[in-house]
Design a binder for this molecule. Sequence first.
Ligand code: WTA
Length: 653
Amino acid sequence: MENIFNPIKSRFKEPLIKNMCEYNELMDKFKGDYEGTWASFADEKIDWFKKYDTILDESNAPFYKWFTGGQMNVAHQCVDRHLDTKKNKAAIIFEGDNGDQQILTYRELAYEVNKTANMFKNKFDVKKGDRVVVYMPMIPEAAVVMLACAKIGAIHSIVFGGFSAEALRDRIIDAEAKLVVTADGAFRKGKPYMLKPVVDKALEEGCECVSKVCIVERNGEDIEWVAGRDYSYNELVKTESSVCAAEPMDSEDPLFLLYTSGSTGKPKGVQHSSAGYILWAQMTMEWVFDIQDNDTYWCTADIGWITGHTYIVYGPLAAGATTVMFEGVPTFPDAGRCWRMVEEYKINQFYTAPTAIRLLHKTGAHEPSKYDLSSLRILGTVGEPIDPPAWKWYYEEVGGSQCSIVDTYWQTETGGHMISPLPAATPIKPACATFPLPGIMAEIIEEDGTPVEIGEKGFMCVTKPWPSMIRTIWNDGERFKKSYFGDCKKDGQPVYFTGDGAMMSEDGYITITGRTDDVINVSGHRMGTAEVEAAVKKHDNVASVAVVGKPHEIKGEGIFAYVVLKSVPSNHNDQTADEFEVMKEINNIIKTEIGAIALCDDIAFVPDLPKTRSGKIMRRILRSIVKGEAITQDTSTLEDPSIVGKIEEIVNR
Ligand code: WTA
């Protein structure tokens, strides 16, 4: 008998969706009048400058448009419109790696956003529609920069601070950015680290589009200044006015780009809209996190990922909440860091990735009991499947068996949560994303749209467009169509395919079974095997390579590479030492090309890869070998069927 945990209502006061009846009613309302129901939320939640004419424009599917004809501004929605009622409420609570604290009230946030927006316009000539690349640490200025872009209609493209100069350069060039905003560096585990030198390196070639770099001071370390290109944020912002009118933005004007990995090729610039995106960010904040006026909410993600965009900055602020921003890492100075912060700030919602939960479980299983965590009401997880032991520890030790766990399933492309429990309503099953949120028509189907049988794996699709969905891939509409609307159909029409597999139980619970494509999920971060392979191939002695995910105790998945060398080290007595050397060189290349997050955990040097006669690499066989699973695929079609045994032997050595 499966465990089912009913929501514990004692810590909830006024949840928006109180029970499954209300959930079903709302879902039925959407089913009965899909567009009308979305419109009623758009009317209620968004402070429109000009009301829209059309709710959903499907005339150029799959380039869907929502709320066209309407005008609004996301920074106004997140900051200015709260000033009447929440002026002195904390908008952002910042805690530095070293324990520094800083609080920005909504009034102070408005002041900083306006000054920064004016600085962008006056000192950097940033105009509506220009792209601004942001390469910043987790400091309040990062949120200010995002909102300042939104205020004047510039499109930000944040690049995670762990990406290398090469990766940063690719993204700058693809977005044709005009300005790069960065910081000297920041602090991590008690020590300063640097970002500005990475920007310098990225700009060395091919980035003619960038004329200026704006640098926020954080760690005070020495950096080089390029005259005429580099400017100090702290200096320039001082003299700007704190009054700035919000640029009226069309609903469909892009708010930001965020690059993410696909199964093939280079990372793609996922483009999000203004009105539809912020509407769903706010609604999910209210539904899934039950955000109430006195709550203090903390999401541990980095702003370099979609979780940081939607659930540190845009969602919480649109909902008028208090959001915590943390510069450090959960295990520094010790494994009690998060719990100490929960106690200190009286956190009500805590949102993190299964990787962090596994790490904290492993390094400090009993740490939570040392702190008063009774303020917690909701615990969230995101980014990868959570395994039952980690779930249990989170539920019992962190939540004291008194909190709801929301296992939120979504993607960079979906803008916000898609499948998740509602904390006061949904009876939860450990490690299960449960049900689609109201308004989300998620279905598990075969490629032709047939619903799969109960308990069978199928494709996780969304069969109707929703407001916060990806609008296109920057500069590549064809790739957008092919990547998301090329695989599955329903009633003959292409539908959005997530790239994930899923299963449904008899009682309708959805469990995500993971990617069906060549994307791996390392510590909740998406990594394309093609990108890692392209980096490995840059090594002079690599003839061919195939990268797959390998189950990893903490990271969920680690990166495993099968490498065929051009010349096998001749000295067989010392083969392992030679291979070790090559492995180090390969990882150095990956670090330069992508960043440390994509390092290979393990490399197997093999005589060849399992290829069909037409030259296609049979990755499924390679995945099975690394998992130690029996090979069920037909190997007789391989060019050299004996290679499978040879590879198995090497991997299991
Ligand atoms: C995976 C992160 C299982 C999934 C918000 C998806 C999950 C990819 C869950 C998106 C979850 C995300 N359970 N798997 N609760 N949440 N995933 O774009 O494979 O960085 O396609 O967005 O993470 O990763 P992304």
